[in-house]
Design a protein around this ligand. Structure first.
Ligand SMILES: [Zn+2]
Length: 99
């Protein structure tokens, strides 16, 4: 299973959260479900209502989590003594700020 982030609108007439569950300051605009997996494969799951800025932070957090997964995949390929060039090139294309 992969890390995931789902964002959706919500019905303000029936679901009435007053503040963002993540920053606790702004009015929420999305309903979210966020799942990440730690290095040991443990699942971390969070859900609630968040503001647009916090939703953007969740996307960045998902990107960091995915970049870490790709590092682990590259390490696993290297441990199998296989060619890591394809994995490395794909990772640089997806995450150009990291090497
Ligand atoms: Zn927020």
């Amino acid at each position: 299973m992969q890390a995931s982030l789902f964002l959706a609108a919500f019905d303000p007439l029936h679901e009435v959260p007053r503040v963002c569950a993540l920053c606790g300051t702004k009015a929420p605009v999305f309903n979210y479900e966020f799942r990440t997996y730690g290095e040991g494969g443990s699942l971390s799951e969070d859900r609630g209502f968040c503001c647009a800025n916090s939703a953007s932070n969740l996307v960045k957090q998902l990107e960091r989590n995915e970049a870490q997964v790709w590092v682990q995949a590259k390490t696993a390929v290297k441990a199998e003594d296989a060619d890591v060039n394809a994995v490395h090139a794909q990772r640089l294309g997806a995450f150009p700020r990291r090497n």
